[in-house]
Design a protein around this ligand. Structure first.
Ligand code: F0G
Length: 430
């Protein structure tokens, strides 16, 4: 069907066959062709200048949903939402560290640290919208497959909303912090003997049969929330778009969300220049980078392997949306080997910033792009750090305490007797 006459504030459209459904239709995919859905909004009824003024007034306002870094932008996220499930989330900082400028080889690198969201990852931005929508449509339970961060976020927001949550995660390879959060927030947690791609296929197929609302990033409402990473960084830059936004890519929800955010911000007059997107994958989990190299003529699928477990994904679900995002922004997709991800992570950690392994793909990717000449040292670049350093303490302890020989960045602790003499000896030896 297509809406013929007066359009509602928002609706869903199939990116494959163009079918349109109402905003409150709970199916995760198009009922006609099973394609991915996208939320469309009527253009805001007020001018770009008036919108920007509203966003400015709400920033740093009284505590509550309006101050959320997601719902501050509600006119361009989910205008019809009346009551929302908000922690609140967002309002993450843009950081600058000279040591990381040097490491990447550019003059001024800004880091948007999404690990400073309530559950420690950017997923909270999508989840506040997804769980809000779950309540609006009367869902009885919510579900997702995850490499760990989505499950932690879903568990927390479902707990706040009073909804039962079901999560499927691979039995091996979910970082300790993420699994611990998921259990603690109370989600029913299934450890699947398989990888993330299998978990996602299972929950995607089962959600309708089980009567649970699917909250993976194939859910278009998740994408609406994740767009606000871009809106918020544009606001922090006084709506002067950077030349590049660089970020890690796994299941490609963020790639899709960033592309949509750039398109809408440009269409609705919030920015005059479009930033270019650079999506960075781990070399052992880089199907999207392979497809980019082939000019997107072929969709690749791989058996994923990487230390960055968050992005250990071989068959990304938002592939089609992400291709559009890269094409529309004149973007690029690249990959970096695990050794480079760990080196970049060690640099981010040692600068006192810290992030989880997947997040460091942003910095590793920028250094590669500078080497290739795609990013010029004087350009304005924003790197997205997607998750908190404490998400993956297991990897940190291996890196600093156990690896033999120790990597260049390893900071080995020294065990000593409880005496002043022992302390003095260590300090003397340097
Ligand atoms: N960075 C982190 C820390 C992540 O957790 C994820 C995805 C990504 C990057 C990649 O984002 O999938 O939108 O391309 N984590 C998902 C999860 C898959 O289940 O937590 P993407």
């Amino acid at each position: 069907m297509r809406f013929q006459t007066e359009r509602p504030a928002s609706w869903q459209t199939c990116l494959h066959c163009g079918n349109e459904v109402v905003e409150t239709d709970p199916r995760p995919r198009c009922g006609v062709c099973n394609g991915l859905l996208e939320i469309r909004h009527r253009p805001p009824a007020i001018t770009a200048a008036e919108l920007i003024q509203r966003f400015t007034e709400r920033r740093g306002g009284a505590p509550g949903a309006t101050a959320s870094g997601v719902w501050r932008f509600r006119e361009i996220v989910l205008p019809s939402a009346e009551s929302v499930v908000s922690y609140p989330e967002g309002n993450t900082p843009l950081l600058h560290r000279i040591a990381l400028d040097r490491w990447a080889g550019i003059e001024r690198l800004l880091l948007k640290h999404e690990g400073q969201n309530p559950t420690g990852s950017f997923k909270d931005r999508g989840m506040t919208v997804g769980v809000t929508q779950a309540l609006r449509i009367g869902a009885r339970a919510v579900a997702c497959a995850s490499t760990g961060n989505t499950s932690a976020s879903l568990a927390a927001y479902a707990a706040q909303a009073g909804l039962p949550a079901l999560v499927l995660v691979p039995v091996a390879g979910v970082a300790m912090g993420k699994l611990a959060q998921t259990l603690a927030y109370g989600a029913r947690t299934l450890l699947v003997r398989g990888d993330f791609d299998q978990c996602l296929r299972m929950v995607d197929e089962a959600s309708e049969k089980l009567g649970v609302y699917l909250l993976n990033s194939i859910n278009p409402f998740r994408i609406e929330g994740q767009k606000t990473i871009v809106f918020e960084l544009l606001q922090q830059l006084s709506w002067e778009a950077p030349d590049w936004i660089v970020f890690p890519a796994g299941n490609l929800g963020n790639t899709a969300a960033f592309g949509k955010a750039v398109r809408e911000a440009h269409e609705w007059g919030l920015i005059s220049q479009r930033p270019r997107l650079a999506a960075v994958q781990a070399a052992g989990a880089a199907p999207f980078a392979h497809s980019f190299r082939d000019g997107f003529v072929r969709r690749h699928r791989v058996k994923a392997e990487t230390v960055a477990t968050a992005i250990k994904i071989g068959d990304p679900a938002s592939y089609d949306r992400a291709v559009t995002a890269i094409r529309e922004t004149n973007g690029v997709v690249l990959s970096a080997p695990d050794a480079e991800l760990l080196e970049a992570k060690a640099a981010i950690d040692a600068a006192g910033v810290g992030c989880e392994p997947a997040s460091a793909a942003s910095l590793a990717g920028i250094r590669r792009l500078v080497h290739e000449g795609a990013v010029k040292p004087g350009q304005r670049v924003v790197a997205i750090l997607t998750g908190h350093i404490l998400k993956d303490p297991g990897l940190l302890m291996r890196y600093h305490q156990e690896m033999d020989p120790p990597p260049a960045g390893a900071n080995r602790p020294i065990e000593i007797d409880a005496t002043l003499a022992a302390l003095e000896r260590v300090l003397r030896e340097g």
